[in-house]
Design a protein around this ligand. Structure first.
Ligand code: THU
Length: 139
């Protein structure tokens, strides 16, 4: 049976516990679901030089793409300050939205965000990246 958004968010919460955030102390977790039902988790990983830091969403995507995955269904994301509740709203940054645009159909791929009250909201990539530039523009 397909995973529910709540189950995917639970995996994002688990991923968040792996975050390496000695600089911002802001911990993010992501759980990326492929169309054939596999989940790739990611956390943010910071760096003393700041610039090389990577977001949770890109960690999840790059793990999956390395493994040969190209077809993605949804991603669940949670984030908040160290020590805060695990299920807070954290919208993806612009760079991560652009990475989603590379691999996902913007009208079908969904971003699941915790609402901080135990529920969630669902957006298409098109909704959060209107007029996005992607591979189709170069076709
Ligand atoms: N961060 C993510 O991992 N994902 C987001 O969607 C927003 C921001 C990270 C980057 C950095 O490690 C920390 O959160 C503070 O910006």
């Amino acid at each position: 049976m397909a995973l529910t958004n709540e189950q995917l968010l639970a995996q994002a919460c688990e991923a968040r516990t792996h975050a390496y955030t000695p600089y911002s102390h802001f911990q993010v977790g992501a759980a990326l679901l492929t169309k054939d039902g596999k989940v790739y988790q990611g956390c943010n990983i910071e760096n003393a030089a700041y610039g090389p830091s990577v977001c949770a969403e890109r960690t999840a995507f790059f793990k999956a793409v390395y493994e040969g995955e190209r077809n993605f269904d949804r991603i669940a994301i949670v984030g908040g300050k160290e020590g805060s509740a695990p299920n807070q709203t954290c919208a993806p940054c612009g760079v991560c939205r652009q990475v989603m645009m590379e691999f996902c159909d913007p009208d079908r791929f969904c971003i699941i965000l915790a609402d901080g009250k135990g529920g969630c909201a669902e957006y298409t990539l098109r909704e959060i990246l209107p007029l996005g530039f992607g591979p189709q523009n170069l076709a």
